[in-house]
Design a protein around this ligand. Structure first.
Ligand SMILES: *Cc1c(COP(=O)(O)O)cnc(C)c1O
Length: 400
């Protein structure tokens, strides 16, 4: 029942048997009129929730002016958004694309070009980590060493090491190494947090060996952790960073941020994107960043995240046969399960709560950043009912 029999959509997704036609804040209304509490946010994309008034206004106002100009002309809105991203991060320059995958392509090309432009083109290899997810382009597949089967020879130049294995990491660094690429919190991999001391260790290793440090903050960025970017305040800034998902608040866009030094090789003609920096995307991106960089907004995220986390910790303890571990930071939280995660996603949807599966048998909660305390409590109440239903289905009730 995953797709209508006569679907003309390429069946690469297992779609749930439900469609939504409108939304407001953290709530979605299905085509049958039923309301769902959205704790997936379209995979961490609708950071400001659905139909946020400021975003609707920005997009519709821009739509009446001009949609697209290409990168052959000046982009005042692109300049404005890039300036805001740089003022609020380690970066000096920004390249706009249309997705996370493309932001990472730009990041990886930039890292290779950095060394090539300094007369060391033999330094092109990038170290990545097991469990990583960087997207679906050919380079992304090779980088994450996943979903490669049947797609021919993978792009050469990646060395993957086990997550958290410092010895293997040091051993992987050689004369051909250009960069280290890491998600500060693995998203698809199961909400696995990289501790701050490890990020600082990576920074030190990169400095020691002349490598570039690349963060994939496609999922962790744009306020999700209660900081604008997950790595901030941890004493380990990157040289290059990929951002996407929440950046457009639901409008497709991505960005590659970099220091001037790291971007030195990316001169005119070295990279491009027809749609990148599109006027509609910039209107949305500017609005999202203006909203999320308000200190009161990030304070709200931290407050409601703590509330949600405490409730989830209690829920975890109440269902020891269902939940194995609570993970994550801010509003990027995961519960590792003792029952198959697909069953939990379905059981939650039966309670009209949308959550997302991740690797390592983890169910992910990625609500819009604008959720209230009451909505956090409601989501946990629905998860509680879902867990109880699963206990019954697995004859686990009363065992605790
Ligand atoms: C979603 C994601 C990507 C890929 O982004 P797309 O927009 O789907 O191309 C890359 N890295 C991370 C960490 C992600 O979560």
């Amino acid at each position: 029942m995953s797709q209508p029999v006569a679907s003309h959509l390429l069946p690469t997704y297992n779609r749930a048997p439900i469609a939504f036609e409108r939304g407001e804040g953290a709530w979605l209304e299905a085509t049958n009129g039923e309301r769902y509490l959205d704790f997936g946010a379209g995979v961490a994309v609708t950071a400001l929730g659905h139909a946020h008034p400021a975003l609707v206004k920005a997009l519709t106002e821009q739509a009446q002016k001009v949609w697209h100009n290409s990168n052959l002309y000046q982009s005042p809105q692109g300049e404005a958004l890039a300036a805001k991203l740089c003022e609020n991060s380690f970066a000096d320059v920004v390249f706009f694309g249309n997705s996370g995958a493309e932001a990472l392509e730009c990041a990886m090309k930039m890292a290779r070009k950095f060394h090539a432009a300094r007369g060391a083109p033999e330094r092109y290899r990038i170290i990545t980590f097991e469990g990583a997810f960087h997207g679906r382009t050919m380079a992304n597949l090779a980088a994450q060493n996943k979903y490669l089967e049947g797609f021919g020879p993978p792009l050469e130049g990646f060395d993957q090491v086990p997550f958290g294995d410092h010895k293997a990491l040091e051993a992987a660094i050689g004369p051909a190494t250009a960069a280290i690429l890491i998600e500060p919190i693995q998203g698809e991999g199961g909400i696995r947090v990289v501790p701050p001391q490890c990020l600082r260790g990576l920074r030190a290793l990169c400095d020691k060996h002349g490598l570039l440090l690349i963060y994939d903050e496609v999922q962790t960025g744009i306020g999700r952790t209660g900081r604008l970017f997950a790595h901030q305040g941890q004493g380990a800034d990157p040289d290059i960073m990929a951002v996407a998902k929440g950046l457009g608040g639901g409008f497709p866009m991505g960005a590659c941020l970099a220091t001037k030094a790291a971007a030195a090789g990316m001169v005119a003609g070295t990279h491009g994107s027809t749609f990148g920096g599109n006027a509609l995307a910039m209107a949305c991106g500017n609005t999202v960043i203006d909203t999320v960089t308000d200190p009161a907004f990030l304070e709200h995220v931290r407050h409601v995240a703590l509330n949600l986390r405490q409730r989830l910790a209690a829920l975890h303890d109440q269902h020891p046969h269902i939940f194995a571990e609570l993970r994550g930071e801010g509003l990027m939280l995961g519960l590792r399960l003792k029952v198959p995660v697909a069953e939990m996603v379905d059981a939650a949807r039966a309670q009209h709560l949308l959550v997302i599966a991740a690797g390592d048998n983890v169910v992910r909660l990625l609500p819009p950043l604008i959720i209230t305390d009451a909505e956090a409590a409601e989501a946990v109440a629905r998860l509680d009912r879902a867990a109880t239903a699963l206990e019954r289905a697995h004859h686990l009730e009363g065992v605790a």
